[in-house]
Write a protein that binds this ligand. Structure first.
Ligand SMILES: Cc1cc2nc3c(=O)[nH]c(=O)nc-3n(C[C@H](O)[C@H](O)[C@H](O)COP(=O)(O)OP(=O)(O)OC[C@H]3O[C@@H](n4cnc5c(N)ncnc54)[C@H](O)[C@@H]3O)c2cc1C
Length: 415
């Protein structure tokens, strides 16, 4: 029988949720041990820095909280304990000033994750947090937690555990969602993991794809009716990709679109390519005689060129392109048919996960006192915009504070 190693506090998963829990616990004088399957910590957080590390959002607190959809009420205590403002103070405390971008998104000045993560981990180690990398949790039976390590299987026992195992997107960065079978075996209720903040497949012509994949479609309004019958409509920017569409305007709506497409697929949404010009104005401009000008040159003078003009050509037959009324109408309500959504492995984040009804208000498993679950592995979702990192780190703080109280209670009970 292998020896069972004993640690007081284990945090399994070294993503931002787990690291924030480690920070709170080590600041309180404890020495938590952080386990992770990967050779280094927080690979997804690091990857997030490549596109500009969006830590949080500067909007008002009620609006901010509403970004968590149905999970808003359950997550509010976490957000109360670690607000968007606290996120900025946290970065400053590590020596990284932040700034608010034009859309309200908050970034570190250099927008990078690497320097911030290195400083964070350095500070955690100096404060007493221990790290055990290349330790993949593979089994949990009674009080024994078994890890696959380079030295083979090792059994550990812990007084308390925080599970922060992430979702199932970008599995190469460590979060594979394999924990679902482990927790299902414990009789815990888990909603199926689904992609969130993902792209959608659209059938564009080969010519269009060749010319425009990687091109942003800026300043357009996307609208559709969600499954509850509400009109969803937002201005923004999407990106044409090799398979279809992605980008912030798509991600913002990804929850509602996924829900729609689970009922009915393909699903058509509508783009207003000129949200600041009325249909009648466009029609009037398109009705002016173009003389000897080519159609493209005439359109260009009206601001209809590049990707917008080509998108119009994707949906209207050539012989209809000279009809001002139809063209104006189509520019204001251009149909974009989403065939299907991209797989979870490619998504920015994960919807579904461990259901809240397994947890008490402090994020501890009701059936397993002393075991907490936090971060993207829980059943919630939110758009991109800094809400993900704020949400997971807030849960890390909330669970660690709950754990500190539990330890105090246990200590006083033991005299
Ligand atoms: C490309 C990209 C860009 C992003 N950009 C942003 C952004 O700018 N702003 C933002 O707010 N969010 C962003 N996100 C999302 C954000 O990074 C995640 O929501 C966040 O990292 C989730 O934190 P977490 O700690 O819950 O899980 P994770 O960061 O996924 O960490 C979970 C950890 O658990 C480990 N693990 C999993 N299973 C096991 C196991 N069995 N045993 C041991 N260890 C295990 C994993 O190796 C991993 O280290 C981005 C995501 C991606 C993919």
């Amino acid at each position: 029988m292998p020896e069972t190693l004993s640690h007081k506090i284990a945090i399994i998963g070294a993503g931002p949720a787990g690291l924030m829990a480690a920070q709170i616990l080590s600041n309180a004088g404890y020495s938590p041990t952080v386990f992770d399957a990967m050779p280094s910590a927080a690979r997804k957080f690091l990857r997030a820095g490549r596109g500009g590390l969006n830590l949080t959002h500067a909007e008002d607190s009620p609006l901010f909280s509403s970004r968590y959809f149905e999970a808003e009420n359950f997550l509010q205590p976490a957000l109360d304990t670690f607000s968007p403002n606290d996120m900025q103070l946290w970065a400053q405390d590590l020596g990284f000033e932040t700034f608010v971008g034009s859309s309200g998104k908050v970034y570190p000045l250099d927008k990078k994750a690497g320097p911030l993560l290195r400083t964070w981990i350095h500070k955690l180690k100096a404060n007493g947090t221990q790290f055990k990398m290349k330790h993949r949790l593979v089994a949990w039976s009674k009080d024994i937690w078994q890890f696959q390590t380079p030295d083979g299987l090792i059994d550990y026992s812990f007084d308390t555990v925080i599970l922060a195992l992430g979702g199932a997107s970008w599995p190469s960065l460590g979060s594979t969602g394999a924990w679902t079978s482990l927790l299902k075996d414990k009789g815990l209720n888990i909603s199926p993991l689904k992609p969130a903040n993902m792209g959608f497949n659209v059938t564009f012509s080969e010519i269009f794809k060749e010319k425009f994949s990687g091109t942003p479609l800026k300043n357009v309004e996307l609208s559709f009716t969600d499954i509850k019958g509400n009109l969803q409509s937002k201005l923004g920017e999407l990106l044409v990709s090799t398979y279809g569409v992605e980008g912030s305007l798509i991600y913002t709506h990804s929850k509602f679109l996924r829900e729609q497409m689970e009922q009915k697929s393909p699903f058509t949404v509508y783009l207003d390519l000129f949200p600041h010009r009325s249909q009648s104005k466009l029609q009037q401009q398109l009705s002016v005689s173009r003389g000897k000008q080519s159609l493209s040159a005439f359109w260009k003078r009206l601001g209809l060129d590049g990707i917008k003009a080509s998108l119009l050509r994707e949906v209207l037959a050539k012989e209809l392109l000279s009809e001002p009324e139809l063209v104006a109408k189509t520019l204001k309500k251009l149909p974009l048919t989403l065939e299907s959504y991209r797989p979870i492995g490619e998504a920015i984040s994960t919807a579904g996960g461990l259901a809240f009804d397994n947890l008490d208000q402090g994020l501890m498993l009701k059936d397993f006192p002393g075991v907490y679950c936090i971060g993207e592995m829980l059943d919630w979702e939110t758009p991109t915009g800094g809400y993900l990192l704020t949400g997971v780190m807030a849960q890390g703080k909330q669970a660690a504070e709950g754990l500190l109280k539990l330890l105090q209670t246990r200590n006083s009970a033991n005299g």
